[in-house]
Write a protein that binds this ligand. Sequence first.
Ligand code: SF4
Length: 145
Amino acid sequence: MYNGPVIVSACLLGLRTRYDGKDAFSMEAMTLLEGRAVVPVCPEQLGGLPTPRPKAAITSGSGADVLDGGADVLDENGTDVTEKFMKGAMDTLQIARLSGAREAYLKEKSPSCGSTLICRAGACVKGMGVTAALLLKEGLSVKGF
Ligand code: SF4
């Protein structure tokens, strides 16, 4: 069983990295991480976005479509933040490679980190965020919280 470093959404660890300046602390994730090397990341901050920041959503499809150039990420003001989301995903992948992490614990329902659900227009739909889709594509196992 893999017991090496884990990439973890920073907000799950209690860091206030969310768009609204809050955290998304997960006791479930913390319990599972006991004894593991934790590598905190916030893809949206890595992409160069401020905190707090306007809420953003993938326009159609999911993170894999953004990676393929078939969908964009817009914030609630209509600003195109696709490039920042792409940079955040690429930097997170680079951090995974540097740290040797082969597993990621990611915050569900985020346009970056969502692993089974993403939200837009006030509703959550099945799909992955941009970073989650890239990590999965590159062979990491991804678990959502
Ligand atoms: S991008 Fe990911 S780590 Fe950063 S605040 Fe959003 S869900 Fe948390």
